[in-house]
Design a protein around this ligand. Structure first.
Ligand code: SF4
Length: 443
């Protein structure tokens, strides 16, 4: 008998979430009901990540959890970790299929029947042959507010800590005309914020004679009440053209997420990043000078091999002085087949944790400074559907988390609100009016 309930578990980045969503749609089209991963399902799909620390242990635990709920369920493991370590995954008891980065989109042609008694299925396209572009988007909340829209995949960079290029292959982009067509569909479905997502979004268009800037020009011609956010962009790819466009288009948000990784040029060189600390600083100062109330998120890695206390403090002080609004802090962990794993100067794990903790505290300080700076300003907010103890939550265009008394009239609309305080790390707002798409520089 054909199985009918499927459950998904996703690890890692927004791109993986977008892709799980697409796989979910395929299952629904085949008549499946999507249930919670904690629930009783006939098929469990685990979309893995290679960036996750202890990917192997985590994967084992999730498989076990699924089989505890239903020992007869068919278990599929896919995603970046499956692409890189298929053999190890097949050794996990209870796994029925291991599918690589491309194969995850073709589950139904690869596995016509989800039968536990069938021999286990392993299909992984070698990474150097990962050339296909598989479309994906996902919505964040149940309501149609924000959509993560995949426009690019893979990466041609060679950062020495990173396994993503091995797991996802070379950089490739969805054709601009297809992106625009799908973008229009998303807007017509009612999404008010589209988050352009990929592995290296700033690299969009490189191999198809295009660029992210040109794509944005096309997208911004689409009529409608929406705003565009770039999920993350490498500092060397955030061009003056994109900054000007952000300033001049009311549909571009005044927020960027820009990986730094280290504030020490020595460490950046070891990591094979494509900029110096000074370049990064100049970019952040330029953004602050040019774009009113710009929100800036920063990725940083602590404990990379060779990072001395002095190097770490250089990073700490570098970030402390920069006008940024929050950090995403990652603790370095050794990954097979990377250059970094063979580097000298391994940092003790306890020290990596201490550094991580220091930066997390700094991040909270930065966030609160930024939130305080926004008090009494008018901002454009997109409120979400959920009623949480009488409040609704939303994001401003410059990525401040805000809340307000629940008012269903404001759900999934871009409305102007006034920030009047901070409560439990979230800004509180009052409704001002419904008529603004002037996302930048609201006063
Ligand atoms: S830019 Fe560097 S860190 Fe980012 S995916 Fe490419 S190789 Fe990895």
């Amino acid at each position: 008998m054909q199985a009918s309930r499927v459950a998904f578990h996703t690890l890692g980045c927004k791109l993986n979430f977008a892709e799980t969503s697409t796989i979910g749609t395929q299952f629904i089209e085949q008549g499946f009901e999507v249930v919670d991963f904690k629930g009783d399902a006939d098929v469990y799909v685990i979309n893995t990540c290679t960036v996750t620390e202890n990917a192997d242990r985590e994967c084992r635990q999730i498989v076990r959890r699924a089989l505890r709920t239903n020992p007869n369920a068919y278990v599929i493991v896919t995603g970046c970790y499956a692409q890189l370590s298929a053999d190890e995954i097949t050794k996990i008891d209870g796994v029925d299929a291991v599918l690589g980065s491309n194969e995850k989109f073709n589950i139904f042609s690869i596995i016509p029947e989800f039968r536990k008694d069938a021999p286990s299925c392993i299909q992984v396209t070698p990474t150097e042959k990962l050339e296909e572009f598989n479309f994906a988007y996902s919505s964040e909340a149940l309501g149609r507010t924000r959509a993560f829209f995949k426009i690019q995949d893979g990466c041609d960079y060679k950062c020495t800590f990173c396994t993503i290029p091995q797991a996802r292959g070379k950089s490739r982009s969805r054709k601009p005309e297809d992106v625009v067509e799908e973008f229009v569909t998303l807007i017509n479905k009612g999404y008010k914020e589209i988050i352009l997502t990929g592995v290296n979004v700033g690299d969009y268009g490189k191999h198809i004679d295009g660029s992210l800037y040109n794509l944005l020009l096309h997208l911004l011609k689409v009529d409608g009440d929406y705003r565009i956010r770039i999920s993350s962009i490498e500092p060397n790819l955030l061009t003056d053209e994109i900054i000007d466009l952000t300033l001049n288009s009311s549909k571009m948000v005044n927020h960027f997420h820009i990986p730094l990784q280290s504030g020490s040029t020595k460490m950046l060189k070891l990591m094979q990043r494509r900029y110096k600390a000074e370049d990064y600083k100049n970019l952040i100062l330029k953004l602050n000078k040019t774009i009113p109330d710009v929100g800036i998120g920063v990725d940083v890695i602590v404990g990379f091999p060779g990072e001395t206390e002095t190097d770490f403090m250089e990073t700490y002080n570098f970030i402390k002085e920069l006008p940024i609004s929050y950090l995403h802090v990652f603790t370095y962990s050794e990954r097979p087949n990377t250059e970094a794993i063979d580097m000298d100067g391994s940092v003790p794990v306890s020290e990596r944790k201490r550094r991580n903790n220091m930066l997390r505290i700094l991040s909270e300080k930065k966030r609160m400074e930024f939130y305080n700076k926004m008090i009494e300003k008018n901002v454009t907010v997109l409120f979400e559907d959920e009623n949480s103890n009488g409040y609704m939550l939303g994001w401003t265009s410059n990525y401040v988390r805000v809340k307000q008394n629940f008012n269903k009239e404001l759900i999934n609309k871009l409305s102007v609100n006034n920030i009047n305080g901070i409560d439990e790390n979230v800004c509180t707002t009052n409704f001002v009016n419904n008529n603004s798409l002037n996302l930048i520089g609201e006063k």
